[in-house]
Design a binder for this molecule. Structure first.
Ligand code: DAH
Length: 355
């Protein structure tokens, strides 16, 4: 009997250590250790038939074999697990640095543009972009800035030669023979286009690129964005304008904004106003950002000039309205504490990646 057990032990050991997959270990376990039909269960039945002296010896050998089988099964299982992690085809080396996927992201000005557009859309305004190349008439004359009027000096303008450039045929049709084409210096020409093509009530915001022929510095750039607001209806008042701007600024900066209004001259509004907001850097105490005044110029605004209404053909005294113009870049600079407007167009990733 003991010989029989010894032989079985050798066979089972060989079998277990030649297994290459864990699943085969389960089959071996079942084959030998299953309660009813396992080979060991068969063997134990035979022990009962041995003499009284042989029984305890065989019983002990039998129990030891059972323990050994369990131990070998465990050992082999661990070996197989180790092997599979070493094997390159199936292993995952968690110490290897992963592949970095570079996701695109939006330029800070694009983000601010979207935020502004969302705010006005939520208030029920139409959002437009307008043309970057404009006629002299829309950029100036129609806005009560006649040819040769000194107010034109407020906008340093890039003029374009009509003959050697291909323009939008619609625009060419709109220009008179001697009229100049130009890169729009502000978004205000869209006030005229909107009023000429739509009848009040109007609630429009124009967000788009503007250009000025001027020397650049920390606060000035030849290419920048403006937000133009236009509201026309019956009985629109200055308080509607102030309330709208207050609401917009609160929503944009996500906090109550302290502001002040000063009289200012813009040919297309009467009265014309400039709005300053409390300096974000020193909170009104005075610092280098606000040139020690405690205030930052934020925007121009006012009530639409009767001459502008006349120019677009609206009946006299029927409508009133307000308009405002905000530098989008300036808003972004205030919100993100950017100290130089020229960062926006430098294409420097160290700057762009911060947003
Ligand atoms: N267009 C003016 C500029 O670029 C800004 C402006 C001022 C726009 C007053 C307005 C306004 O609509 O009412 O300097």
């Amino acid at each position: 009997m003991l010989d029989k057990i010894k032989q079985l032990e050798k066979k089972i050991k060989e079998e277990i250590f030649s297994v290459q997959q864990s699943i085969d270990l389960l089959a071996i376990e079942k084959k030998y250790l299953a309660r009813q039909k396992g080979e060991l269960a068969q063997l134990i039945k035979r022990i009962g038939k041995l003499s009284n002296e042989e029984k305890p010896i065989a019983g002990q050998a039998f129990n030891q074999l059972k323990q050994k089988i369990n131990q070998w099964l465990k050992q082999r299982q661990q070996e197989l697990e180790c092997q599979s992690t070493k094997d390159n085809s199936t292993a995952i080396d968690i110490t290897l640095p992963g592949k970095k996927y570079l996701l695109g992201y939006l330029h800070p000005l694009t983000r601010v543009r979207q935020q502004v557009s969302d705010i006005f859309t939520s208030m029920g305004w139409q959002v437009l972009e307008g043309k970057e190349v404009e006629t002299d008439y829309y950029n100036f004359t129609a806005l009560n800035i006649p040819f040769d009027h000194p107010a034109r000096d407020m906008w340093d303008t890039f003029y374009l030669k009509k003959d050697n450039l291909q323009f939008d045929p619609q625009l060419i049709k709109e220009t008179t023979k001697n009229e100049k084409l130009l890169l729009r210096t502000h978004t205000s020409p869209m006030q005229i286009r909107v009023m000429k093509s739509q009848t009040p009530p109007l609630k429009t915001v124009v967000i788009g690129k503007c250009f000025r022929h001027e020397a650049t510095d920390a606060g000035h750039e030849h290419t920048f964005y403006q937000i133009e607001g236009l509201v026309v209806d019956q009985q629109i008042s200055l308080s509607n304008l102030i309330h709208t701007l207050q609401d917009f600024l609160k929503d944009f900066f996500q906090q109550e904004i302290k502001f002040r209004l000063r009289p200012e001259y813009f040919p297309f509004v009467e009265p014309g106003l400039e709005m300053d907001i409390s300096c974000f850097n020193c909170h009104g105490k005075g610092c280098s950002v606000c040139e020690q005044t405690g205030w930052i110029e934020a925007l121009g605004c006012g009530m639409i000039h009767p001459r502008v209404f006349q120019e677009v053909g609206y009946p006299a005294n029927k409508y009133t309205g307000f308009a405002f113009g905000i530098g989008l870049d300036r808003l972004a600079m205030i919100k993100y504490k950017i100290n130089d407007i020229r960062w926006f167009h430098r294409g420097d990733l160290r700057f762009n990646q911060q947003f």
